[in-house]
Ligand binder design. Structure first.
Ligand code: 5CA
Ligand code: ZN
Length: 405
Protein backbone atom coordinates (compact mmCIF):
# COMPACT_ATOMS: atom_id res chain seq x y z
CA UNK A 1 0.00 0.00 0.00
CA UNK A 2 0.96 3.67 -0.27
CA UNK A 3 3.42 4.91 2.38
CA UNK A 4 4.21 8.62 2.81
CA UNK A 5 6.49 11.26 1.29
CA UNK A 6 10.21 10.88 1.83
CA UNK A 7 11.83 13.79 3.65
CA UNK A 8 14.89 15.52 2.23
CA UNK A 9 18.09 13.86 3.51
CA UNK A 10 21.27 15.85 2.79
CA UNK A 11 24.30 13.82 1.73
CA UNK A 12 27.30 14.50 3.94
CA UNK A 13 30.97 14.44 3.02
CA UNK A 14 32.58 11.07 3.82
CA UNK A 15 30.87 8.23 5.64
CA UNK A 16 29.91 7.47 9.23
CA UNK A 17 30.73 4.15 10.96
CA UNK A 18 28.53 1.03 10.92
CA UNK A 19 26.06 1.55 13.79
CA UNK A 20 26.03 -0.68 16.86
CA UNK A 21 22.73 -1.51 18.54
CA UNK A 22 21.60 -3.53 21.53
CA UNK A 23 20.61 -7.07 20.52
CA UNK A 24 17.95 -8.62 22.77
CA UNK A 25 18.97 -12.31 22.31
CA UNK A 26 22.67 -11.79 23.01
CA UNK A 27 22.04 -9.09 25.62
CA UNK A 28 24.76 -6.77 24.37
CA UNK A 29 25.81 -4.26 21.75
CA UNK A 30 26.43 -5.69 18.29
CA UNK A 31 27.38 -4.17 14.97
CA UNK A 32 24.32 -3.92 12.71
CA UNK A 33 26.50 -4.63 9.68
CA UNK A 34 24.56 -5.28 6.47
CA UNK A 35 25.75 -8.13 4.24
CA UNK A 36 24.97 -6.17 1.08
CA UNK A 37 21.80 -4.16 1.55
CA UNK A 38 20.66 -3.19 5.05
CA UNK A 39 17.35 -5.04 5.53
CA UNK A 40 15.10 -3.63 8.24
CA UNK A 41 11.66 -4.81 9.29
CA UNK A 42 9.82 -2.75 11.88
CA UNK A 43 6.49 -3.97 13.19
CA UNK A 44 3.82 -1.50 12.16
CA UNK A 45 0.61 -0.31 13.72
CA UNK A 46 -2.67 -2.07 14.39
CA UNK A 47 -4.89 0.76 13.13
CA UNK A 48 -7.84 0.68 15.50
CA UNK A 49 -7.16 3.97 17.24
CA UNK A 50 -5.04 7.02 16.63
CA UNK A 51 -1.26 6.75 16.45
CA UNK A 52 0.21 8.08 19.65
CA UNK A 53 3.53 9.46 20.69
CA UNK A 54 4.70 6.03 21.87
CA UNK A 55 4.45 4.67 18.33
CA UNK A 56 6.12 7.81 17.01
CA UNK A 57 9.04 7.27 19.42
CA UNK A 58 9.50 3.68 18.23
CA UNK A 59 9.48 4.70 14.54
CA UNK A 60 11.86 7.59 15.27
CA UNK A 61 14.33 5.13 16.83
CA UNK A 62 14.50 3.05 13.64
CA UNK A 63 14.48 6.22 11.55
CA UNK A 64 17.76 7.08 13.25
CA UNK A 65 19.12 3.64 12.35
CA UNK A 66 18.11 4.09 8.69
CA UNK A 67 19.80 7.50 8.63
CA UNK A 68 23.01 6.00 10.04
CA UNK A 69 23.06 3.19 7.49
CA UNK A 70 22.53 5.68 4.66
CA UNK A 71 25.31 7.85 6.08
CA UNK A 72 27.57 4.78 6.31
CA UNK A 73 27.04 4.28 2.55
CA UNK A 74 24.58 1.37 2.55
CA UNK A 75 21.43 0.92 0.54
CA UNK A 76 18.49 0.21 2.82
CA UNK A 77 15.42 -1.94 2.25
CA UNK A 78 12.92 -1.02 4.90
CA UNK A 79 9.70 -3.01 5.32
CA UNK A 80 6.83 -2.19 7.65
CA UNK A 81 3.47 -3.91 8.02
CA UNK A 82 0.01 -2.76 8.98
CA UNK A 83 -1.96 -5.26 11.05
CA UNK A 84 -5.23 -4.30 9.38
CA UNK A 85 -7.14 -7.35 10.55
CA UNK A 86 -6.82 -8.47 14.17
CA UNK A 87 -8.96 -9.00 17.27
CA UNK A 88 -8.70 -5.48 18.76
CA UNK A 89 -9.51 -3.85 15.43
CA UNK A 90 -12.57 -6.06 14.90
CA UNK A 91 -13.71 -5.54 18.50
CA UNK A 92 -13.44 -1.76 18.20
CA UNK A 93 -15.26 -1.80 14.84
CA UNK A 94 -18.09 -3.89 16.34
CA UNK A 95 -18.32 -1.66 19.46
CA UNK A 96 -18.51 1.56 17.44
CA UNK A 97 -20.53 0.29 14.49
CA UNK A 98 -17.84 1.40 12.02
CA UNK A 99 -16.83 -0.97 9.24
CA UNK A 100 -13.42 -2.46 10.18
CA UNK A 101 -11.95 -1.51 6.80
CA UNK A 102 -13.00 2.11 7.21
CA UNK A 103 -11.69 2.22 10.75
CA UNK A 104 -8.30 0.90 9.61
CA UNK A 105 -8.06 3.14 6.52
CA UNK A 106 -8.80 6.27 8.56
CA UNK A 107 -6.22 5.45 11.21
CA UNK A 108 -3.55 4.56 8.64
CA UNK A 109 -4.14 7.95 6.99
CA UNK A 110 -3.58 9.71 10.31
CA UNK A 111 -0.44 7.66 10.88
CA UNK A 112 0.93 8.64 7.48
CA UNK A 113 0.39 12.33 8.13
CA UNK A 114 2.02 12.08 11.58
CA UNK A 115 5.05 10.27 10.16
CA UNK A 116 5.33 12.82 7.39
CA UNK A 117 5.09 15.75 9.80
CA UNK A 118 7.87 14.21 11.90
CA UNK A 119 10.08 13.72 8.79
CA UNK A 120 10.27 9.96 9.35
CA UNK A 121 11.80 8.15 6.35
CA UNK A 122 9.03 5.96 4.89
CA UNK A 123 9.44 2.20 4.46
CA UNK A 124 10.22 1.06 0.92
CA UNK A 125 7.43 -1.51 1.27
CA UNK A 126 4.41 -0.65 3.40
CA UNK A 127 2.33 -3.81 3.47
CA UNK A 128 -1.11 -4.50 4.91
CA UNK A 129 -1.83 -8.04 6.08
CA UNK A 130 -4.94 -8.10 3.94
CA UNK A 131 -2.65 -7.72 0.88
CA UNK A 132 -0.70 -10.90 1.57
CA UNK A 133 -3.30 -13.45 2.70
CA UNK A 134 -2.62 -15.92 -0.17
CA UNK A 135 1.12 -16.02 0.69
CA UNK A 136 0.25 -16.62 4.34
CA UNK A 137 -2.13 -19.46 3.38
CA UNK A 138 0.59 -21.06 1.27
CA UNK A 139 3.05 -20.84 4.19
CA UNK A 140 0.63 -22.33 6.70
CA UNK A 141 -0.14 -25.17 4.28
CA UNK A 142 3.61 -25.85 4.03
CA UNK A 143 3.98 -25.86 7.82
CA UNK A 144 1.16 -28.42 8.07
CA UNK A 145 2.97 -30.50 5.45
CA UNK A 146 6.25 -30.55 7.38
CA UNK A 147 4.60 -31.30 10.72
CA UNK A 148 5.40 -27.88 12.19
CA UNK A 149 1.67 -27.10 12.44
CA UNK A 150 -1.49 -28.93 13.52
CA UNK A 151 -5.23 -28.43 13.49
CA UNK A 152 -7.42 -27.71 16.48
CA UNK A 153 -11.01 -27.66 15.19
CA UNK A 154 -11.22 -24.99 12.46
CA UNK A 155 -7.91 -23.42 13.52
CA UNK A 156 -4.27 -24.19 12.73
CA UNK A 157 -1.55 -23.85 15.37
CA UNK A 158 2.25 -23.72 15.19
CA UNK A 159 3.96 -26.71 16.80
CA UNK A 160 6.82 -25.02 18.66
CA UNK A 161 8.45 -28.29 19.76
CA UNK A 162 8.35 -29.84 16.27
CA UNK A 163 9.74 -26.65 14.70
CA UNK A 164 12.55 -26.47 17.26
CA UNK A 165 13.57 -30.06 16.49
CA UNK A 166 13.80 -29.36 12.76
CA UNK A 167 15.17 -25.80 12.49
CA UNK A 168 17.85 -23.46 13.86
CA UNK A 169 15.25 -21.90 16.18
CA UNK A 170 14.27 -22.99 19.70
CA UNK A 171 11.74 -21.50 22.08
CA UNK A 172 13.45 -18.75 24.07
CA UNK A 173 16.14 -18.13 21.47
CA UNK A 174 15.07 -14.55 20.86
CA UNK A 175 13.49 -13.56 24.19
CA UNK A 176 15.64 -15.65 26.59
CA UNK A 177 12.65 -15.79 28.95
CA UNK A 178 11.71 -18.63 31.28
CA UNK A 179 8.56 -20.61 30.61
CA UNK A 180 6.55 -19.12 33.45
CA UNK A 181 7.15 -15.58 32.16
CA UNK A 182 6.33 -16.72 28.62
CA UNK A 183 3.00 -18.14 29.78
CA UNK A 184 2.08 -14.90 31.54
CA UNK A 185 3.10 -12.72 28.56
CA UNK A 186 1.32 -14.98 26.09
CA UNK A 187 -1.98 -14.50 27.98
CA UNK A 188 -1.41 -10.75 28.19
CA UNK A 189 -0.31 -10.12 24.61
CA UNK A 190 -2.73 -11.77 22.24
CA UNK A 191 -1.90 -15.45 22.86
CA UNK A 192 -4.40 -18.09 24.02
CA UNK A 193 -2.58 -20.42 26.46
CA UNK A 194 -5.89 -21.62 27.95
CA UNK A 195 -7.37 -22.92 24.67
CA UNK A 196 -7.94 -26.68 25.00
CA UNK A 197 -6.49 -29.15 22.49
CA UNK A 198 -3.14 -27.45 21.93
CA UNK A 199 0.06 -29.49 22.13
CA UNK A 200 1.73 -26.70 24.09
CA UNK A 201 -0.25 -23.85 25.71
CA UNK A 202 2.30 -21.43 24.17
CA UNK A 203 1.77 -22.61 20.57
CA UNK A 204 0.40 -19.60 18.64
CA UNK A 205 -2.39 -19.63 16.09
CA UNK A 206 -1.35 -19.54 12.42
CA UNK A 207 -4.80 -19.56 10.84
CA UNK A 208 -8.02 -18.75 12.64
CA UNK A 209 -10.95 -20.55 11.04
CA UNK A 210 -13.95 -18.46 10.07
CA UNK A 211 -16.26 -17.30 12.90
CA UNK A 212 -19.71 -15.78 12.50
CA UNK A 213 -19.51 -12.00 12.17
CA UNK A 214 -15.76 -11.94 11.44
CA UNK A 215 -14.16 -11.22 8.05
CA UNK A 216 -12.56 -14.22 6.39
CA UNK A 217 -10.51 -15.11 3.34
CA UNK A 218 -10.36 -18.29 1.26
CA UNK A 219 -7.81 -20.62 2.85
CA UNK A 220 -7.74 -23.44 0.27
CA UNK A 221 -7.11 -26.64 2.25
CA UNK A 222 -7.16 -24.62 5.49
CA UNK A 223 -10.76 -23.57 4.98
CA UNK A 224 -11.92 -19.95 5.20
CA UNK A 225 -10.42 -17.85 7.98
CA UNK A 226 -7.87 -15.16 8.77
CA UNK A 227 -4.13 -15.08 9.55
CA UNK A 228 -2.57 -15.30 12.98
CA UNK A 229 -0.38 -12.43 14.11
CA UNK A 230 3.23 -13.68 14.05
CA UNK A 231 2.96 -15.48 10.71
CA UNK A 232 1.93 -12.15 9.17
CA UNK A 233 5.25 -10.47 9.92
CA UNK A 234 7.27 -13.60 9.14
CA UNK A 235 5.75 -13.96 5.66
CA UNK A 236 5.87 -10.25 4.76
CA UNK A 237 9.56 -10.19 5.71
CA UNK A 238 10.36 -13.30 3.66
CA UNK A 239 8.52 -11.95 0.62
CA UNK A 240 10.46 -8.69 0.51
CA UNK A 241 13.91 -9.21 2.02
CA UNK A 242 16.82 -11.60 2.14
CA UNK A 243 16.61 -13.75 5.27
CA UNK A 244 18.15 -13.43 7.83
CA UNK A 245 17.34 -9.72 7.73
CA UNK A 246 19.84 -7.28 9.25
CA UNK A 247 17.58 -5.97 12.02
CA UNK A 248 14.12 -6.87 13.27
CA UNK A 249 12.71 -3.92 15.18
CA UNK A 250 9.70 -2.94 17.25
CA UNK A 251 8.77 -1.86 20.74
CA UNK A 252 9.86 -3.85 23.76
CA UNK A 253 6.32 -5.21 24.14
CA UNK A 254 6.98 -7.35 21.04
CA UNK A 255 9.94 -9.33 22.43
CA UNK A 256 7.57 -12.13 23.44
CA UNK A 257 5.56 -13.74 22.00
CA UNK A 258 5.60 -11.76 18.75
CA UNK A 259 9.26 -11.74 17.71
CA UNK A 260 9.98 -15.10 19.32
CA UNK A 261 7.37 -16.79 17.13
CA UNK A 262 8.00 -14.67 14.04
CA UNK A 263 11.53 -16.07 14.29
CA UNK A 264 10.17 -19.59 14.85
CA UNK A 265 7.87 -19.40 11.81
CA UNK A 266 10.63 -18.04 9.54
CA UNK A 267 13.08 -20.72 10.70
CA UNK A 268 10.51 -23.48 10.15
CA UNK A 269 9.75 -22.16 6.65
CA UNK A 270 13.26 -21.34 5.44
CA UNK A 271 15.68 -23.31 7.64
CA UNK A 272 17.33 -19.97 8.37
CA UNK A 273 17.38 -17.43 11.16
CA UNK A 274 14.76 -14.70 10.88
CA UNK A 275 17.13 -11.82 11.76
CA UNK A 276 20.77 -11.21 12.61
CA UNK A 277 19.82 -8.63 15.25
CA UNK A 278 16.64 -8.06 17.27
CA UNK A 279 16.49 -4.48 18.55
CA UNK A 280 13.73 -3.15 20.78
CA UNK A 281 12.61 0.33 21.68
CA UNK A 282 11.51 1.29 25.19
CA UNK A 283 7.90 2.10 25.93
CA UNK A 284 6.59 5.60 26.41
CA UNK A 285 4.29 6.24 29.36
CA UNK A 286 1.86 9.05 30.03
CA UNK A 287 0.33 9.90 33.39
CA UNK A 288 2.05 7.01 35.09
CA UNK A 289 1.11 4.19 32.70
CA UNK A 290 2.28 2.80 29.36
CA UNK A 291 0.69 4.92 26.66
CA UNK A 292 -1.72 2.57 24.97
CA UNK A 293 -4.79 2.55 22.85
CA UNK A 294 -6.47 0.09 25.18
CA UNK A 295 -5.89 2.29 28.27
CA UNK A 296 -6.80 5.47 26.37
CA UNK A 297 -4.01 7.61 27.93
CA UNK A 298 -2.84 8.94 24.61
CA UNK A 299 -0.87 11.92 23.45
CA UNK A 300 -1.40 12.33 19.72
CA UNK A 301 1.16 13.85 17.40
CA UNK A 302 -1.69 15.29 15.33
CA UNK A 303 -3.12 17.06 18.39
CA UNK A 304 0.24 18.59 19.24
CA UNK A 305 0.86 19.81 15.69
CA UNK A 306 -2.79 20.88 15.38
CA UNK A 307 -2.28 23.08 18.46
CA UNK A 308 0.56 24.80 16.63
CA UNK A 309 3.56 22.88 18.03
CA UNK A 310 6.37 22.73 15.46
CA UNK A 311 6.85 19.01 14.63
CA UNK A 312 10.62 19.55 14.79
CA UNK A 313 10.22 20.35 18.49
CA UNK A 314 8.29 17.08 18.97
CA UNK A 315 11.08 15.26 17.20
CA UNK A 316 13.73 16.92 19.37
CA UNK A 317 11.69 16.15 22.51
CA UNK A 318 11.52 12.44 21.63
CA UNK A 319 15.14 12.17 20.48
CA UNK A 320 16.32 13.68 23.78
CA UNK A 321 15.35 10.30 25.35
CA UNK A 322 17.44 7.22 24.65
CA UNK A 323 15.40 4.89 22.45
CA UNK A 324 16.00 1.89 24.68
CA UNK A 325 14.78 3.39 27.95
CA UNK A 326 11.19 3.52 29.10
CA UNK A 327 10.26 7.14 29.67
CA UNK A 328 7.30 9.34 30.37
CA UNK A 329 5.94 12.09 28.15
CA UNK A 330 5.37 15.26 30.20
CA UNK A 331 4.94 18.93 29.40
CA UNK A 332 8.55 19.42 30.57
CA UNK A 333 9.76 17.02 27.86
CA UNK A 334 7.90 19.01 25.21
CA UNK A 335 9.06 22.35 26.65
CA UNK A 336 12.67 21.19 26.43
CA UNK A 337 12.13 20.31 22.74
CA UNK A 338 10.61 23.72 22.05
CA UNK A 339 13.41 25.54 23.89
CA UNK A 340 16.04 23.56 21.99
CA UNK A 341 14.52 24.33 18.62
CA UNK A 342 14.63 28.05 19.54
CA UNK A 343 18.22 27.99 20.80
CA UNK A 344 19.50 25.91 17.89
CA UNK A 345 17.78 28.26 15.43
CA UNK A 346 19.42 31.27 17.09
CA UNK A 347 22.78 29.45 16.96
CA UNK A 348 22.35 28.69 13.23
CA UNK A 349 22.33 32.44 12.54
CA UNK A 350 25.61 33.17 14.27
CA UNK A 351 28.42 33.97 11.88
CA UNK A 352 31.47 33.02 13.97
CA UNK A 353 32.34 29.44 13.03
CA UNK A 354 32.67 26.89 15.85
CA UNK A 355 34.50 23.54 15.98
CA UNK A 356 33.01 21.04 13.45
CA UNK A 357 30.49 18.59 14.98
CA UNK A 358 29.89 16.02 12.25
CA UNK A 359 32.47 13.41 13.30
CA UNK A 360 31.37 13.53 16.95
CA UNK A 361 27.69 13.32 16.00
CA UNK A 362 28.40 10.26 13.86
CA UNK A 363 30.39 8.61 16.64
CA UNK A 364 27.74 9.30 19.32
CA UNK A 365 24.85 8.05 17.20
CA UNK A 366 26.63 4.92 16.06
CA UNK A 367 26.96 3.87 19.73
CA UNK A 368 23.48 2.39 20.15
CA UNK A 369 21.70 5.33 18.48
CA UNK A 370 22.64 7.68 21.30
CA UNK A 371 20.50 10.65 20.28
CA UNK A 372 20.68 12.27 23.76
CA UNK A 373 24.48 12.35 23.47
CA UNK A 374 24.25 13.80 19.96
CA UNK A 375 21.82 16.47 21.15
CA UNK A 376 24.14 17.31 24.07
CA UNK A 377 26.97 17.89 21.57
CA UNK A 378 24.89 20.48 19.74
CA UNK A 379 23.78 22.05 23.04
CA UNK A 380 27.44 22.41 24.05
CA UNK A 381 28.25 24.07 20.72
CA UNK A 382 25.35 26.47 21.24
CA UNK A 383 26.67 27.33 24.73
CA UNK A 384 30.22 27.85 23.41
CA UNK A 385 29.17 31.16 21.91
CA UNK A 386 30.25 30.36 18.34
CA UNK A 387 28.06 29.37 15.43
CA UNK A 388 27.86 26.20 13.33
CA UNK A 389 30.92 25.05 11.39
CA UNK A 390 30.62 24.16 7.73
CA UNK A 391 28.52 21.01 7.37
CA UNK A 392 27.10 21.03 10.91
CA UNK A 393 23.58 22.04 9.92
CA UNK A 394 23.53 19.44 7.13
CA UNK A 395 24.74 16.78 9.59
CA UNK A 396 22.00 17.66 12.09
CA UNK A 397 19.48 17.52 9.26
CA UNK A 398 20.74 14.22 7.82
CA UNK A 399 21.41 12.35 11.06
CA UNK A 400 18.85 13.76 13.51
CA UNK A 401 16.25 14.60 10.87
CA UNK A 402 15.83 18.17 12.08
CA UNK A 403 16.25 20.96 9.59
CA UNK A 404 17.39 24.07 11.43
CA UNK A 405 16.53 27.14 9.38
N1 5CA B 1 0.74 -4.43 14.72
C1 5CA B 1 1.53 -4.87 15.85
C2 5CA B 1 2.94 -5.21 15.45
S1 5CA B 1 3.02 -6.39 14.15
C3 5CA B 1 1.54 -3.82 16.96
O1 5CA B 1 2.16 -4.06 17.97
N2 5CA B 1 0.83 -2.71 16.72
S2 5CA B 1 0.73 -1.48 17.76
O2 5CA B 1 -0.08 -0.49 17.09
O3 5CA B 1 0.26 -1.95 19.01
O4 5CA B 1 2.17 -0.93 17.96
C4 5CA B 1 2.91 -0.39 16.87
C5 5CA B 1 4.39 -0.26 17.25
O5 5CA B 1 4.53 0.69 18.31
C6 5CA B 1 5.00 -1.56 17.76
O6 5CA B 1 6.35 -1.64 17.29
C7 5CA B 1 4.93 -1.42 19.25
O7 5CA B 1 5.94 -2.16 19.89
C8 5CA B 1 5.15 0.08 19.44
N3 5CA B 1 4.50 0.63 20.65
C9 5CA B 1 3.25 0.40 21.11
N4 5CA B 1 3.01 1.09 22.25
C10 5CA B 1 4.14 1.81 22.53
C11 5CA B 1 4.54 2.72 23.56
N5 5CA B 1 3.74 3.06 24.56
N6 5CA B 1 5.80 3.25 23.49
C12 5CA B 1 6.64 2.93 22.48
N7 5CA B 1 6.32 2.08 21.48
C13 5CA B 1 5.10 1.51 21.49
ZN1 ZN C 1 5.00 -7.56 13.79
Amino acid sequence: MRSWARPEIPRLAGHGPVPRVWDTPSGGLVEARPLAVANLYVCGITPYDATHLGHAATYLAYDTLVRLWLDAGYDVTYVQNVTDVDDPLLERAAATGVDWRELAAGQVDLFRSDMRALAVIPPDHYVAVTEVVPAIVESVVRLLGTGAAYRVGPDVYFDGAAAAAASPWHLGQESRLDRETMLALSAERGGDPATPGKRDPLDPVLWRGERAGEPSWPGGPLGPGRPGWHIECSVIAQELMDIPMTVQGGGHDLVFPHHEYSAGHTAALTGRDHAAVYAHAGLVAYRGEKMSKSLGNLVLVSELTGAGVDPRAVRLAVLAQHYRSDWEWTSAVLDAGLARLRSWTEWSRRTVRGTPLTADLRAALSRDLDTPAAIALVDAAVLSGGGPAEGDLAAIHALLGVEIR
